[in-house]
Design a protein around this ligand. Structure first.
Ligand code: BGC
Length: 512
């Protein structure tokens, strides 16, 4: 059964979901205590941000042991308990896998720094001599995704000349060398370790990274970026797939940021990953033409190799939809409308925790910010990572009995789970109803008809309308400033109030 093809994945940013022990940081036991909520919400699977031991320079995306659990989140028993309980609630569990890099505190990297130039310990990473007479210039001009050079010079040492190491992200995240077979063997061991424990799959971080054209010193960021999306990376994904194929019903999902739909499709060929997360929908403005183009591109791309699409509006790196699409009530209304578009599309969907509550980004004072590795002017990823509010009247809104690791704004009280649960007009109720219809309505449950999965209708300027092929389920979106006539049919679900037979601006509707 290819359950993932239309599954709803709920991304839990582990530090920010629920804290069970009062240290102010979310944990596995906290997630376990919320499984009743997740079942009520109606999600099919969880995607947990990295749970591995980490110095937390990048909140877990800097890993020191891929087969362990950081004490901040719990331990291996807590993982086993969470998987067992989630399965009892009918929810699968997938985990983030960071295979492009390790932490600079990983035993391998420490051994590399302590080993002679050219030794096997150093061959697991990318070390290069510097340029210039005394090697004080980086080996090439590559930039890190977080800003600044992608190279850091290692500390002075006794075992050889000082070299530079590559890190496409922060200096605390040295890139692994994927031409080294030990690196491959270790990933295989990691996959089996977690699969044997019962995880249902992996979200592979920076899945277009891993292999680099290091001898190409061309400018990073050019059309053919030598840092990313190199052909060799597909061999890694074939290995991942071959391992997963020994375990029934497990899924590999790539976080793939590539330059074209054709390149994207290559990650989900039949012997590679099962799904690749589309980033174009999240990158689109609230504009019907842009949204339609993103949908068409992704469907054409994955359709060309027979894979399912998978749609994401936000995650722990992006501004939340309720802020990104506009300020205040406009942003809220547009985020709700886009949720109905996303959830009507054929394929899998990812909901980032807190988006089902319509949370806006939190405005954090500079001294409260924790995302120290992101160096892009005033932007910060902390605003979308603020803890989930559960109860309006409890300290820290029920997230923790201690001091939350990021301050929770007072406006989150009115958006807390308890404040929205019984309110039929709330964003939480909208998500619950949409997920219920996905499970029950023939527009979603009918087996897909042959041919393109969507039929587009002509729509007024600034609007889009599509039907899921072979069904009566229609979704329409109005991004124009004026109300437009509703397409014919009975409204099943609306993101905001309808205006008689008109679809108001910033609104989407499901009709049958
Ligand atoms: C993750 C980021 C992380 C980066 C480096 C991205 O794919 O989503 O949160 O900082 O990889 O691991």
């Amino acid at each position: 059964m290819q359950w993932w093809r239309d599954a709803v994945f709920y991304q839990i940013y582990v530090p920010s979901f629920t804290d069970s022990d009062g240290d102010g940081i979310g944990d596995l036991q906290g997630i376990r205590s919320r499984l009743g909520y997740l079942e009520l919400l109606g999600v099919d699977a969880l995607w947990l941000s990295p749970i591995y031991p980490s110095p937390m320079v990048d909140n877990g995306y800097d890993v020191t042991d891929h087969r362990g659990v950081d004490p901040a989140w719990g331990d291996l028993d807590a993982v086993d308990d969470l998987i067992a309980d989630a399965h009892a609630h009918g929810i699968r569990v997938t985990v983030d896998l960071v295979s492009n890099h390790t932490s600079d505190q990983h035993p391998w990297f420490r051994a590399a720094l302590a080993s002679p130039t050219g030794s096997p310990e150093r061959a697991r990473y990318h070390f290069r001599p510097g340029q210039g007479a005394d090697g004080t210039e980086p080996p090439n001009g590559w930039c890190s995704v977080f800003g600044g050079s992608a190279w850091t010079r290692e500390p002075a040492r006794d075992t050889g000349a000082r070299e530079w190491y590559l890190h496409l992200f922060s200096p605390a995240q040295p890139d692994l060398n994927w031409t080294n077979l030990e690196v491959w063997a270790d990933l295989d061991k990691t996959l089996r370790f977690w699969l044997d424990r019962g995880v249902d799959g992996f979200r592979i971080d920076a899945a277009h990274g891993m292999c680099k054209k290091l001898d190409d010193a061309g400018p990073a960021g050019a059309a053919d970026d030598p840092r990313f999306d190199q052909d060799d990376v597909h061999d890694v994904h074939r290995m991942i797939r071959a391992t997963l194929d020994h375990y029934p019903e497990r899924v590999a999902i790539g976080a793939v940021g590539v330059r074209s739909a054709a390149r994207f499709a290559r990650y989900v060929r039949p012997d590679e990953l099962h799904l690749a997360v589309d980033t174009q929908l999240a990158a689109s403005r609230f504009d019907a033409d842009e949204v339609r183009a993103a949908i068409e591109d992704c469907l054409a791309s994955v359709g060309s190799v027979g894979a399912a699409a998978s749609w994401l509006l936000s995650d722990h790196d992006l501004s939340r939809p309720a802020s990104r699409y506009g300020a205040g009530p406009v942003g809220q209304a547009r985020a709700r409308a886009m949720a109905l578009v996303q959830l009507a599309l054929p394929g899998a969907a990812y909901i980032y925790n807190g988006d089902e509550l319509g949370l806006p980004d939190a405005a954090l004072p500079g001294d409260a910010r924790r995302d120290a590795v992101w160096h892009h002017g005033e932007e910060s990823r902390d605003g979308c990572r603020v803890p989930q509010p559960w109860e309006p009247d409890l300290p820290a809104y029920g997230f923790t009995t201690g001091e939350p690791w990021l301050p929770i704004p007072v406006e989150y009280a009115a958006l807390s789970v308890a404040a929205q649960l019984e309110d039929t007009g709330s964003t939480l109720s909208l998500y619950r109803r949409a997920l219920e219809l996905r499970r029950l309505h023939p527009g979603f449950t009918q087996p897909p008809a042959p041919g393109p999965p969507l039929e587009w209708f002509g729509a007024p300027p600034g609007c889009l309308a599509f039907r899921r092929t072979g069904t009566t389920l229609v979704c329409a979106l109005n991004t124009s400033p004026e109300p437009v006539p509703l397409p014919p049919g009975d409204a099943l679900l609306v993101s905001g109030p309808l205006d008689e037979l008109m679809l108001p601006p910033d609104t989407a509707v499901w009709l049958t």
